[in-house]
Structures are given as structure tokens and as C-alpha cells.
Ligand binder design. Structure first.
Ligand SMILES: Cc1ncc(C[n+]2csc(CCOP(=O)(O)OP(=O)(O)O)c2C)c(N)n1
Ligand SMILES: [Mg+2]
Length: 330
């Protein structure tokens, strides 16, 4: 579909979400340096189009599973920046009451089944959710985000096998950013295109430019429509790149400046902004207004986090186990 075929509201929504993800991450990086945020964060700066394009193709009742690099996924599925920032700052007002941090945020009401510190851990969880949807005959889809490194885990292969066998309504979305920690993809997998692995599990494998939000949206929408119609799973591989280190503080000795600079020329956020002005004919003022609104929202989020209390030691064991009346409902 040409960019001019999209309604302005849709284009603005995609841009707003990508801008929000980018700016949320930059704030989180700054606030960590300033001391508000303890612990590790793995930022997704550079990978905004995969998160936003994929989630824009889902319905509110669909669910996602996320990763250690999950802030963008959560925001794209409707996560509230202020509750996310409060969680990063380890405050009681955060998504996990301040006890989970970056790696454990979830909101079942929004269909966010959780970030995950276990590489590949979210993939079978999405398959389980998809099995529930199929059994209950609900027209819902589960989408699992994971990285290129996760595609070499046993859990990936086992999950795709069952999903392919049972034709489950699930989308496997691999964000191939070329590295698993400091290991380049060529040193961890014998194939350059991970999407070809789909053939082994009788599902389509689709390669998409992961820095092009419209391409990601269209590929995911096609997969979601097929899954909802009983056509089974799809493996999508979005080729993308992370600008920051694996974690904040990573010295990044494993990659060259030239490589990093080359990817920045294909920036998903500023590239889409330029297209909105040049190809979709949107006015600069509209984008400015939206950017100002996002900045104000993030000011509020940081202030909310900073003003919120830290959890008390005696609450440490609360929320550790699922609800005894049958677990969590999604
Ligand atoms: C099962 C497991 N193995 C190893 C780790 C340590 N670890 C954390 S992130 C990571 C790299 C994951 O790479 P990838 O899946 O490509 O995701 P990316 O960080 O590139 O987004 C590793 C090895 C872990 N958390 N879990
Ligand atoms: Mg990776």
C-alpha cells in the first residue's frame, strides 16, 4: 500500500508511537545516569518500527509476549509511560509495584503478557495463549517478540513445531538486530535469514525491513488476518539494528563506528517523519504539536516516578505467586 493510501490519523498514530518509544528510552537512559533508575536497562533505540508496526496490526484483545528489550513493545501495545517509568524507578506505583523492573513489566488488561528476562522465554508462552484462544474458539491472536539470539534457543524450535502442527493463531516476530549481546549473528547461526526456519514447521516465513513501520505493519496485519481465519502461524523476521549497547554501559567493542553510522542513515523514526512531510503531505506544525505533547507526557511520567514511594521490605513476598482462584486471566 502506498503511504498516501493510509489515513492521516493512522500515519500520525504510527509516528507518535515511534517518537514516544524513542523519547521514553532516551529519558530512561538519562534518568538511570541521574540515579532515579537502579539496575540494568536494555534500550530499543533504533528498533521502534518493529514494535510499533507490529502492535498497530493487532486488536486490543490480542496479546503479546516481550523480551529484555521490551519497553517499545509495551508502549506500542498501550502501556502507560508513567507506570513504566515508575516501575523502572522501583516505585510502588509501577506496573509490578516496583519489584519487577524493566524485565518483568506486564498488563494483562492491555494484552501484555510480560517482558521476560529469559531469552526465548516468551515464545512458548505466546503459543500457550494461542492454544487457549483456539480451544475457546476466540478470534484472538498472540504475538511473540524475540531476538535473533532467541531464535537459536530450543524453546523457539519447540514452540514453532507445536504451533505449526496445531495451526495456532500466533505470530512469531523476530527482531533481528544482528547481535546477541556481543556476538554477531554470523557467529551464532549458520543462516543469515532466520525466516527460512519457518519451512521446517510448515508456516510462512516473511522477511521485512524492520526499520520501515509501514512494511512491518502490513506484514503483521497479513499474518494476523490469516491466524484469525484459522490459517495458522507465521514467522516474521524484521531486519533492524540497536543503536545503543546491549545494555547501558556496554563498551560495544564488537562492532564498528562505520556500521553504526550506516544504520543511522536508515533511522526508523526520523526517516518516517521525513516521509510524512515529503510524501504524505502532513504539516510540520502537526508533528511539532504531537512531539510537544509526548514530551509533556514524559515530563509527567518522570515526575510521577520520582514522587512515588519505594516498596516496603515487608511487601517482598506479595505478588510472588499467582492468584489461588485459578491464576491470572487474560
Ligand atoms: C536463556 C538465557 N540465556 C542467556 C541469557 C543472557 N542474555 C541476555 S540477553 C542475551 C542476548 C539475546 O540476544 P537477542 O535474542 O538477539 O536479543 P537482543 O538483545 O539482540 O534484543 C543473552 C544471551 C538469558 N537472559 N537467558
Ligand atoms: Mg539480537
Amino acid at each position: 500500500m502506498a503511504i498516501t493510501d493510509y489515513p492521516d490519523e493512522k500515519l500520525l498514530h504510527l509516528y507518535r508511537q515511534m517518537y514516544l518509544v524513542r523519547e521514553f528510552e532516551l529519558r530512561a537512559i538519562n534518568e538511570r545516569r541521574a540515579g532515579l533508575i537502579p539496575g540494568f536497562i536494555h534500550s530499543c533505540v533504533g528498533q521502534e518500527a518493529t514494535a510499533v508496526g507490529a502492535c498497530a496490526a493487532l486488536e486490543p484483545t490480542d496479546v503479546i509476549t516481550s523480551t529484555h528489550r521490551g519497553h517499545g513493545h509495551l508502549i506500542a501495545k498501550g502501556g502507560e509511560p508513567k507506570y513504566m517509568m515508575a516501575e523502572l524507578a522501583a516505585r510502588t506505583t509501577g506496573y509490578c509495584g516496583g519489584k519487577g523492573g524493566s524485565l518483568h513489566m506486564s498488563d494483562f488488561n492491555l494484552g501484555i503478557l510480560g517482558a521476560n528476562g529469559i531469552v526465548g522465554g516468551g515464545i512458548p508462552i505466546a503459543v500457550g495463549a494461542a492454544l487457549a484462544f483456539q480451544q475457546r474458539k476466540e478470534p484472538r491472536v498472540a504475538l511473540s517478540f524475540f531476538g535473533d539470539g532467541a531464535a537459536n534457543e530450543g524453546a523457539f524450535h519447540e514452540a514453532l513445531n507445536l504451533a505449526g502442527l496445531w495451526k495456532l493463531p500466533v505470530i512469531f516476530f523476530c527482531e533481528n538486530n544482528l547481535y546477541g549481546e556481543g556476538t554477531p549473528q554470523a557467529k551464532q547461526a549458520p543462516v543469515a535469514d532466520l525466516a527460512i526456519r519457518a519451512a521446517g514447521y510448515a508456516m510462512p516465513g516473511v522477511i521485512v525491513d524492520g526499520n520501515d513501520v509501514l512494511a512491518v505493519y502490513e506484514a503483521t496485519k497479513a499474518a494476523a488476518d490469516r491466524a484469525r481465519a484459522g490459517g495458522g502461524p507465521t514467522l516474521i523476521e524484521g531486519k533492524t539494528y540497536r543503536y545503543r549497547g546491549h545494555y547501558e554501559g556496554d563498551p560495544m567493542v564488537y562492532r564498528s563506528k562505520e556500521e553504526m553510522e550506516a544504520w543511522k542513515l536508515r533511522d526508523p523514526v526520523t526517516g518516517f517523519r521525513a516521509r510524512l512531510l515529503a510524501e504524505a503531505g502532513l504539516a510540520e506544525e502537526k508533528l511539532h504539536a504531537l512531539e510537544a505533547e509526548v514530551q509533556a507526557m514524559l515530563d509527567t511520567a518522570v515526575a510521577f516516578a520520582a514522587a512515588s514511594p519505594k516498596p516496603q521490605p515487608q511487601t517482598a513476598l506479595e505478588g510472588v505467586y499467582g492468584d489461588t482462584d485459578g491464576g491470572l486471566v487474560f
